[in-house]
Design a protein around this ligand. Sequence first.
Ligand code: GLC
Length: 559
Amino acid sequence: MERAWWKESVVYQIYPRSFCDSDGDGVGDLPGILSKLDYIRDLGVNVIWLSPVYRSPNDDNGYDISDYRDIMEEFGTMADFDALLEGIHERGMKLVMDLVVNHTSDEHAWFVDSRSSRDADKRDWYIWREAKNGGAPNNWGSSFSGPAWEWDEKTGMYYLHCFSKKQPDLNWDDPRVRDAVFDMMDWWCRKGIDGFRMDVISMISKPAGLPDLPLEPGQLYGNVCAPGGTCNGPHVHEYLREMNRRVLSRYDLLTVGETAGVTVEEARRYAAADGSELSMVFQFEHVGLDEGPGGKWSAGRLFLPDLKKNLAKWQRELEGRAWNSLFFCNHDQPRVVSRWGDDSPRSAKCIATALHLMQGTPYVYQGEELGMTNCPFGGIENYRDLETVNAYRELTETGLRQPEELLAVIARKSRDNARTPMQWDAGPNAGFTSGRPWIMVNPNYRTLNAAAQEKDPDSVLNWYRALIRLRRESPWRDAVVYNGFELLDEEDERIFAYLRPGESGTLLVACNFSPEPCRWAPPKRVLEAETRLLLANAGEPRLAESMTLEPWQAAVWAF
Ligand code: GLC
């Protein structure tokens, strides 16, 4: 397999709004991030991915960009950005920027022009359609509730917005749009950034004729992410190959596509090993496994064999042909320690172990390395995320859901769980801000915080450091990065165990994903080998024909 720096990397994702506030306005900012770079370096990661920091009216916290070449006022200035980039490079790390080009803000100059008249210069840069039978052009719904079409009084037409109505979709079929986007990307590359995380990039090519989508019972609108919708559209690979030719291939970048609705077959194209499109993609099958039958706003339980088989499928199917990204957390997912663990530090370490030692590039989302948990928000008035707030309003007002019951699901699944301020210390507002934080601080910060974990050799923080060290600078680094993957005991409902076999040695990873002690029989060939325990999050487990793994125990051996 071909080596590449981005295969050997560990990425740390920052959600700037909630990371560190330097000026007391309650919102995180770039100087705040700069002040924490040593902390990030000491974690052992070598890449930072910044969620959007561009100018934005913040309808969707920066995922609605009004100027791609400027910095959001609340976050600082371009000089602050340049200082941050320099600080990152000085510490031997790299910077990946979020690239949000499926849509812009409705306040972007391109859209302001586009909506100004039917024959405006940039009219065709967005997706405009006539009304159909006095209503929207088709039955598509916005991912943030309501229809995906907004009526524009001035020109008497509808525009498409797969997200909020302040996020109109760009029309990638117009070559001038592609020119403008590629030119902007080139501008950032010339500034010296090291890659892009591409927001909903699988959605940029819309299906011909924009057909209605099938409606499930209880659904108000067609789901744009369902098959036949906007994901993996007819020209998406063509456009990405053009982007690659014109921009990406001219620099040495890490590129990761957020690809809703991606299948293994599609991923092999997006992340093809020949480098013709992107380095890797984020797929979402595994984080959909605990959904109930009603989709996002229905909560089911995770059945561990489903998770193991799914991840093993991605490991097997991309091996040698594409490259996996490894993540359980990001700014759109609830906290994994609350989701699949039991909020305990040991469960956080156990889950991290299973993730980090697979083949692929791991992503750590801010606070995950502390075992930060979901937040007890209470009432809907404490949530800030438009996806959450809109869904609550739509589903309760239409009588589709009862408020109490829906709130309980929201508590488990809202994206805001990931967006509470980073817990730096036990001081006011967890050390995040001296002002009033834009979103509530998780009250557990008094005991769960970076300062306390720094001093505790058994902390979740120090466990992440050890996992990252094993991958980045131990004698086993090549095995962790490049070895194959073999799932063990696939039907076991509590043990997540696998081998990473390779010519120069094999790793064995065993994790008890349950709060009870659990019997486990390692494979015979392991017992016959001379094994060495590399890491254990509790005790010093010894491999034996039939052994017990303690609650949430995780261990790694080499032979
Ligand atoms: C992606 C982002 C999410 C955002 C959406 C619209 O899914 O990760 O946070 O709301 O795209 O840009």
